[in-house]
Design a binder for this molecule. Sequence first.
Ligand code: SF4
Length: 337
Amino acid sequence: MAAVPILDVSHLVKTFDITGGFLDQLVWRNGRLSRRKTIVRAVNDVTLSMEEGETVSVVGESGCGKSTLARAVMGIYPPDSGEVRFRGERIDGLPPNRLRPYRTRMQMVFQDPYASLNPRMTVQAILEEPVRFHNRGISAGEVKDRVARAMMQVGVDPSWNDRYPHEFSGGQRQRISIARALVVDPEFIVADEPIAALDVSIQAQILNLLMDAQQDRKLTYLFISHDLSVVRHISRRVAVMYLGTLCEFADKETLFASPRHPYTQALLSAIPRLGAKGFSHVKLKGEVPTPIDLPPGCVFHTRCPHAVKVCFEEIPKPLQCANGSLVACHRVADGSI
Ligand code: SF4
């Protein structure tokens, strides 16, 4: 019998109503003044599952919905429809008191270590807070031990526990953010662009720290990034998103060696390669359409160099290719590209 995935996301949809004030809503339509809502379609019908101990990265341009997907998985944004299951148990739409047990098992590391740590709290207080919240009745000694262990694991001297976030560098702050996630002994971590705000010299250290913690604690990571070289380094499988839609989901080697979806091909062709032969840069024409007014059919058809009539009319369904990748493209499905 196949093991239950640690995370199973099924047909997830998340929209945001950004309708403005009364006057902003008024439009002239068919000779009459009427009101209209403005809806951003951030995540559209995304399905993916994750196995225990693996790292799945979600990549795509800014605004493609990858961070919204991460937050919907964590219950920060309740999805409009679809399901999120953690170890087979449905967690989307749970009220806060029933979601709490999952909060210890599922943690999140945010992009900006400057904004994600409370500047008025010492490191000790920052790290104690989640331990006390999730372990009612825990002794003071045990709390101290867990905080010290987490600080040591991320390479921050536990004797600095009475310092404030502003006394640390960006890299050290991100280490403290990771310690805050690890201190409750989670099984699953969403890392939302965890190195994007750091100096290049620090990025490798934080990546190695995440990978070491994964090995020590058998963690599963949902890793959100726009940096393909980082994704190539850390992931086992990669999901590519465009305008809130999953284009391709494949294991790392397959995706980087033979991308099938035209958007993935364009994305990967932008990676500079010294002396590389056989890969030419695919230049996409036009702008990314607005998620307020998604194009019909395949959302990529306005920029796709392979678009044909069916692409303008029908939404492609993800289908498994011979190489094991899941690809949502009419022309990959009919074998014409
Ligand atoms: Fe391009 Fe059509 Fe495939 Fe969309 S479905 S990626 S428009 S070929």
